[in-house]
Design a binder for this molecule. Structure first.
Ligand SMILES: O=P(O)(O)OC[C@@H](O)[C@@H](O)c1c[nH]c2ccccc12
Length: 267
């Protein structure tokens, strides 16, 4: 047992979360309302996800994404088959959606991917309860997504919980204010989402802008550019800035995931 298990879980203020994102996080909070927040014993951190992204050159995190609120159905991917295809195409990590209603994700998808590929897996969900992190660890994920737009000032506490469980965390931001929260929380891995999840609007200028801001502030952690990348040209603005890029829809909907991953990264 550690000090964490004696502490009441921090309260989230989900009523402040607007738009599509607000609806999803309320649903997820209801799903986990009765779940046990205890994390259990401390697990050793392997830093597998972080290490994968720190390899030289721009690392690809390829996402198993069957559907999304912006596009509806994308492709009826079989998760393990898709993850293996991404791995063959050079992906250094796999992101697996586990949100069931809007992204057609499942826990089994993540477990299958963890059991069947050599690269680390990220649990991609709307984490609003400690049990979601405990599950991620139990299912074998190497990392979990934490969204500052949802967690706000609780970000540091959720980061600490992820680390307690041996998980790396991808701490996601979309504007300057959120970036400053992630930096203050000491997040070792920060993702900049080009998509505003409250409106679903994509702006590829967001990642380079916030990544520069983080570097200018002396940030030495891992920086990930997320969402909206379809062509090698799209990646030009982050190629020499970001450590990694997170890509879902354009790969998932391509029909040939290995080729699409190679073509996008130009390898
Ligand atoms: O499909 P795209 O545009 O390549 O984006 C992938 C990924 O960045 C996106 O799925 C994502 C980023 N942050 C999220 C938070 C929740 C759900 C999904 C996401």
């Amino acid at each position: 047992m550690s000090a964490r298990d004696d502490t009441a879980p921090v309260t989230l203020h989900l009523d402040r979360v607007p738009g599509v994102l607000g609806r999803i996080v309320h649903e997820r909070a209801a799903d986990y309302a009765a779940a046990d927040p205890a994390l259990g014993p401390v697990r050793a951190r392997t830093h597998r996800f972080e290490t994968a992204l720190r390899q030289p050159g721009l690392s690809l995190i390829a996402e198993v994404k069957r559907a999304s609120p912006s596009q509806g159905a994308i492709a009826p991917l079989e998760p393990l088959e898709a993850a293996r295809a991404y791995e063959a195409g050079g992906a250094r990590a796999i992101s697996v959606l586990t949100e069931p209603r809007h992204f057609d994700g499942t826990a089994q998808a993540l477990r299958d991917v963890v059991g069947g590929v050599a690269v680390p897996a990220l649990r991609k969900d709307f984490v609003v309860h400690p049990a979601m992190l405990r599950e991620a660890a139990e299912w074998g994920a190497s990392a979990a997504l934490l969204m500052v737009s949802v967690l706000h000032e609780a970000t540091a506490e959720y980061l600490e919980m992820a680390h307690h469980l041996g998980l790396d965390a991808l701490v996601e931001v979309h504007d300057e204010r959120e970036l400053d929260i992630a930096l203050a929380a000491g997040a070792p891995i920060i993702g900049v989402n080009n998509r505003d999840l409250t409106t679903l609007h994509i702006d590829l200028e967001v990642s380079p802008r916030l990544i520069r801001r983080a570097r200018d502030a002396g940030y030495g952690g891992v920086l990930v550019a997320e969402s909206g990348y379809r062509t090698p040209q799209d990646l030009a603005s982050v190629r020499d800035l970001a450590d990694a890029v997170l890509v879902g829809s354009s790969l998932a909907g391509s029909g040939d995931l290995t080729r699409a991953a190679r073509d996008l990264m130009q390898v």
